[in-house]
Write a protein that binds this ligand. Structure first.
Ligand code: FAD
Length: 474
């Protein structure tokens, strides 16, 4: 269709949810020339005097960066990040041992967000607004939409309603997506959600003498088997410490003294760094938050609606991939748009076909890491395997690739990374079994071929016996 300006009228895309994935998605669609409208429940965070909510600092790695790069904002965001080179494990005695993530240069870029992901929200909204074909509608909460007509109904904080339509609705409205509600009414739509028994609570570690209280370029971890604490640095030289613990354990602690007792038992090295008074106060500031894992499929309805980000796949935060996977969703969708020349009736089913197995794989991996981070990092076998995997990766970089490397530093499809990991685990375990068997057989053969001089063994034994007898009689 040709408009009065001579411009071919592009389809209208409504992005529901102006969070991390929604704002980036708006940039992707706007870059393609679509008419984009973003509808976000909250007021414009850039205008708010007081920003309510929590601060979460997020680890941005390769997949997320690639998506940002595609719309030309990678460097602007990366410049606001703090690079992380390794995990730093804190033992009960306060000993710190680094476990590198990958080869030199493979750093996970920690992207700092203060106050409710403030920076990214702020930045995402500002970036989307730089496109003239994009309109941001704050204080618009999606109430319902029609699969038949695409008519969406939004409610505003004053109770008024607004209705509008779009050719494509992109649901980026997070783990408790209102867009997804329509999907639940469709046949052959699969959906599951799992709350893990753990909750999380954030505590702040202030700078000491104007400097970071701990070494900044690390993800600090205090693994304590059934629970753990992590700490990530912020640009203002504070650390955000996140305590992950079963809800019933959180509930057992009801007084300030109990908080200190608990920290003295499990995280003694953090007490002087966080401070007794701060700990007593911050522990009760906000209740622990729940974590949910959501899986569903397919991600689309006809050529009308598609889900991305947490709306499609909320994952527990233990692989640091939730946002990265959501950003990659935008990238993958864009690649498929090229492949099918923007024919939405072909793009949407293909997107579901390609993306569902990958997002399900990262949801499972995040659950796996939930145990690895708090329990396995304490085990010698885990450390040995990390060492061995890194060594084999060094010797055979294309064949043996540590799982974390594939997930965090490449765009290997998540489900392929998992399949490769299973394959290489099998190969490594067989190799270890073979070399152990070989060593035992070889040793036995050498012992049989060159039997040790028994007299040499008996003489010291005699000496020991005589020494014992002498001791007994003295
Ligand atoms: P959200 O960020 O939830 O945004 C959804 C938006 O939709 C919100 O702005 C909301 O107001 C809006 N909305 C909701 N309902 C409606 C409606 N009805 N109408 C209109 N708008 C609506 N990921 C990483 O990659 N790395 C990490 O290190 C990492 N760490 C994490 C640590 C913790 C403790 C947690 C909880 C998560 C972590 N994540 C991490 C995951 C990451 O935060 C999420 O994956 C990411 O925020 C998802 O972005 P989203 O835009 O899909 O959803």
């Amino acid at each position: 269709m040709e408009g009065s300006t001579g411009r071919v009228a592009k389809k209208k895309v409504a992005v529901v949810g102006g969070g991390l994935v929604g704002a980036l998605n708006a940039c992707f669609f706007a870059k393609r020339g679509f008419d984009v409208e973003v509808f976000e429940t909250r007021e414009d965070i850039r205008l708010a005097k007081i920003v309510k909510g929590r601060s979460i600092n997020l680890a941005l790695s390769h997949r997320g960066r690639q998506a940002l790069k595609h719309v030309g904002i990678e460097e602007k965001i990366v410049s606001k990040g703090i690079p992380m080179h390794a995990r730093m494990i804190h033992s009960l005695t306060g000993k710190q041992s680094p476990i590198p993530y990958g080869k030199k240069g493979q750093v996970s870029l920690l992207y700092i967000l203060t106050l409710l992901n403030f920076f990214l929200y702020n930045f995402g909204a500002a970036e989307a607004e730089t496109y003239p074909n994009t309109k941001l509608n704050f204080d618009h909460k999606l109430q319902d939409w029609s699969v038949e007509t695409g008519l969406m109904t939004f409610v505003r904080s004053d109770g008024s309603k607004k209705q509008t339509t779009a050719d494509l609705i992109v649901g980026c409205d997070g783990a408790f997506s209102a867009t997804r509600k329509q999907f639940l009414r469709q046949t052959r739509f699969n959906y599951s959600q799992t709350y893990i028994p753990h909750g999380y609570m954030e505590l702040t570690m202030l700078p000491i003498n104007g400097e970071f209280a701990m070494r900044p370029n690390y993800l600090h971890i205090w693994p304590r088997n059934t629970f753990m604490m992590i700490a990530l640095p912020n640009l203002d030289k504070t650390f955000t410490c996140t305590l992950f613990m079963p809800f019933d354990e959180f509930e057992k602690i009801t007084t300030g003294d109990q908080v200190i007792e608990f920290f003295q038992k499990y995280f003694p090295d953090t007490i002087p760094l966080i401070g007794v008074d701060t700990l007593k106060r911050d522990y009760f500031r906000l209740p622990a938050q729940a974590m949910v894992s959501v899986k569903c499929s397919p991600y689309h309805i006809g050529d009308k609606c598609v889900l991305m980000g947490d709306a499609a796949h909320a994952v527990v935060p233990f692989y640091g991939q939730g946002m990265n996977a959501g950003f990659e969703d935008c990238n993958v969708f864009d690649e498929i748009m090229d492949q099918f020349s923007e024919d939405l009736s072909a793009v949407l089913p293909e997107y579901s076909r390609v993306r569902v197995p990958d997002d399900h794989a990262i949801a499972d991996l995040a659950m796996y890491n939930y145990v690895e981070m708090r329990a396995h990092v304490n085990s010698r076998w885990f450390l040995f395997r990390k060492y061995l995997d890194n060594l084999l990766h060094f010797l055979m970089p294309k064949t043996i690739i540590p799982l974390y490397t594939m997930v965090t530093f490449t765009r290997t499809r998540y489900h392929e990374a998992v399949a490769h990991w299973h394959w290489q685990n099998k190969v490594i375990h067989r190799g270890l079994l073979l070399s152990t068997t070989g060593a035992v057989l070889g040793g036995s053969y050498l012992l049989i071929k060159n039997p040790p001089n028994v007299n040499k063994l008996i003489i010291p034994a005699e000496k020991v016996w005589n020494r014992l007898m002498a001791l007994r009689t003295s």
